[in-house]
Design a protein around this ligand. Sequence first.
Ligand SMILES: Cc1ncc(COP(=O)(O)O)c(C=O)c1O
Length: 482
Amino acid sequence: MLSLVKRLVKPYLVRAAHRRNERLRRELETAGRALGPQHWDAVVDDHGDLTLGGCRLQDLADRFGTPLHVVHEERLAANFRHFRDSFLARYPRVEVGFSYKTNPLPGALRILHRVGAIAEVISHFELWLALQLGVAPQNIVFNGPGKTVESLRLAVERGVRIINLDNADEADTIQRFAREYGRQQAVGVRVITSVGWAAQFGLPLHNGAALAAFQRIRQLDHLMPRGLHIHLGTGIKDVQVYARAVEELFDFAKLLKETHSIAIDFFDLGGGFGVPTVASYSPMDERLLNAGYPSRPIDIEDTPPLTVYASAIGELADRYFPGGTDSRPTLFFEPGRAVSSSAQLLLLRVLAIKPGPFGASNVILDGGHNLAIPTSYEYRHLLPIRNLQKSFTQKYNFFGPLCHPGDVLARACQLPPLQVGDVLAMMDAGAYFIPNQMNFSHTRPGAVIVCQGEVRLTRRAETFEHVVALDEGLSNGPVSHG
Ligand SMILES: Cc1ncc(COP(=O)(O)O)c(C=O)c1O
């Protein structure tokens, strides 16, 4: 009987497997196909050269050297405005910060503050940087799982807008400094909902830890409990994740109000919004990449527009907080990648080309995971900066210069023929590149800002001397071989 069932079912299983393989084969065939430069507001000029912000990228590489970060000022400002306006169109009290950790490049932060971004900081360094840039303390939101005592002192002394506690002990430290400086400090609590990141962050709603933190805060006379904070992850492309978490957050606020008379008027809904031209590698992609194949092609349609996130969240806000604008709470957002990712690229030069597997050539570039750590877990697009009018006929695997087999940037990319010395643009280098770059055998690059045909150097490239500037060893004379 069993063998009869098996015989009947087998052809269906074989056909289903065949269809699956066919789909995968078709996807792999289109992998590595170039996305058009228009996705990043880059323009191909009459000579087939790539320009950004009116500047020819080859000229920037010639003048400033490579590797080089290039920030597109207009795109950065436009991304920020687009984010804010998408939510403001749906709800009247919206404020938007920029997550400093995502791209702490002072020149780029300055652009964002000029168009109205609040500073979202999570460390003593980031708090210091915001103050150095002249951001008013009332425009600083202080989050983070590991706030040092010194950082809390500085935050309270200056009077930042709100400190979102990550653990209940922070309440006592803040109370101590608030009393010392004669201040009432607004505080919130980062909470963990049933969706999104939990890990070591914040306090869960489900086990009463978040509620207990508020009960503690209420006993401290220099603290004003005002806020609730979530941050659900990064590169999230599922609106339902936000809807679910925000609903739980609003329910908790209702409970605080009804049972503890605590009125929350500042909902910090975090960052995490995905961008179309970046995608996390799935376990399947990772298996493909490890076996030397390209990952599956990126689907730029799978990222909902910000207006869709805005309408899901706005609908909840309308339901929970009806009434006039003045009586409604503030919805605060602290995006990183949704604002900065697509507004910055990294120029990398071809150092060597040699034959590789499956008809592709292996190309070594002058920057790898030392500068572009996100390429180890997310797709980033590479564009040639010259010859864009030529056919994309060649297949290349790209590696960095590190002596490590894992220093892979991209596989099986279709590009016009390359030569040693050519420069490529790695797109979407504005999120988690700069904060993660390191001195692994190499120095760190400089950065320029381009805008309407003008270029300005905003960060000089590190020199060898910078790398060892804090060391003693070099001033002790030549080494002696013993
Ligand atoms: C607390 C917090 N807020 C905001 C962000 C920014 O996230 P994203 O770049 O995904 O928008 C992060 C990133 O990890 C974060 O940890």
